[in-house]
Design a protein around this ligand. Structure first.
Ligand code: MN3
Ligand code: MN3
Length: 347
């Protein structure tokens, strides 16, 4: 081949079959800032020395251990769902190639979340206790109801007779289901480790939960932002109809959460405070989606011990020196709402 022929061969063009992702052509700066936030806060459960909680664990009354373990079993089911279905279905509606990359990270971290509870179980519980816990969560009516409602939106497919906007709404409902799950429904379970953290007990298990909450704050903000881009493209009448559906769904989920909280927390006397915390987070989920709050509850209504647990400062330095490998990830900082504003202007 002459040099000219070889150049001609290199320049030969065909129709594009598959397009390469170009991070130098960013369509939405939020994708880039989210990717940076997601990757800088990467963590693994195996780096947290949960066995340091064993002294606290052995001193807990049986009813508290039982509540703790069941709360974590419930969280395991929800994070399993997010790792298998939630992140996957939302990814399919990505508006940009960089958004797909962000969801690849999110989906992997959901698997880390789901696995991290098992790290806690294997440290605190016997194999027989673990079997009983998984059997409980896989057959409990309120957990299964919660999963069924959310999954019905994840699995929904547009049909041929739908208008383009109706098809778009099928995708938007997946985002709403995901944000309601992650910013609200997890919190009936998160309450327990945060309560212990606020009381300076079970700190390493709580550290895992704080890392998960930090991830979920980014997921909720990002998915909520992508939701709003699509929602703003709907006609005003469609937006109204969509809003009604959204509030009905949240209320339906909240009713199930009430029953679940009674079942889990009546024995220990925490139900009312758990539900205040759930309502406070339900409002946060709506805020992520650019909507007005549903409940009157604010941060000042939540048990200060829980808010104290949420806002407890960094403990990563200690943890990582305890595992003695000098492997320092991003520090867990004091949790402020502003920390999760990944460059998105909230109204
Ligand atoms: Mn998760
Ligand atoms: Mn998530």
């Amino acid at each position: 081949m002459t040099e000219q022929n070889s150049q001609n061969a290199l320049d030969k063009r065909v129709e594009t079959y598959y397009e390469a992702i170009n991070w130098n052509a960013i369509e939405d700066a939020i994708d880039k800032s989210t990717w940076e936030k997601l990757t800088e806060q990467f963590w693994l459960d195996t780096r947290i020395p949960v066995s340091n909680d064993l002294d606290d664990w052995r001193k807990l009354p049986q009813i508290e251990r039982d509540t703790f373990a069941k709360a974590f079993a419930g969280l395991t089911l929800l994070d399993t769902m997010q790792s298998v279905d939630g992140a996957e279905v939302v990814k399919h509606d990505a508006r940009t190639p960089q958004e797909t990359a962000c969801f690849n990270n999110i989906q992997f971290m959901e698997s880390v979340h789901a696995k991290s509870y098992s790290t806690i179980f294997s440290t605190l519980n016997t194999p027989k206790e673990i079997d009983v816990l998984f059997d409980w969560v896989n057959t409990n009516v309120h957990m299964q109801t919660k999963a069924k409602i959310i999954d019905s939106y994840y699995e929904a497919e547009p049909t041929d007779d739908m208008t383009p906007n109706e098809k778009k709404m099928v995708g938007l409902r997946k985002k709403v289901a995901s944000v309601f799950l992650e910013t609200c429904l997890f919190y009936s379970g998160f309450y327990t480790p945060l309560w212990y953290l606020g009381n300076n007990k079970m700190n390493n298990s709580a550290e895992i939960i704080k890392l998960i909450i930090r991830d979920e704050s980014v997921h909720g903000t990002y998915i909520g932002y992508k939701f709003q881009l699509g929602f703003n493209e709907l006609e005003p009448a469609e937006q109204e109809e969509f809003k009604n559906w959204m509030y009905d769904l949240l209320y339906q989920l909240y009713e199930n959460e009430e029953e679940y909280s009674h079942l889990l927390y009546d024995g220990i006397g925490w139900t009312d405070e758990v539900l205040t915390f759930v309502r406070y987070n339900a409002n946060k989920a709506l805020m992520n989606l650019g909507q007005d709050p549903l409940f009157p509850d604010t941060a000042s209504d939540v048990n200060p011990i829980i808010m104290n647990g949420i806002s407890a400062g960094t403990s990563n330095h200690d943890f990582f020196s305890q595992v003695g490998n000098g492997y320092l990830l991003g520090e867990v900082e004091v949790m402020n709402d502003e920390d999760y504003l990944i460059g998105i202007d909230r109204k």
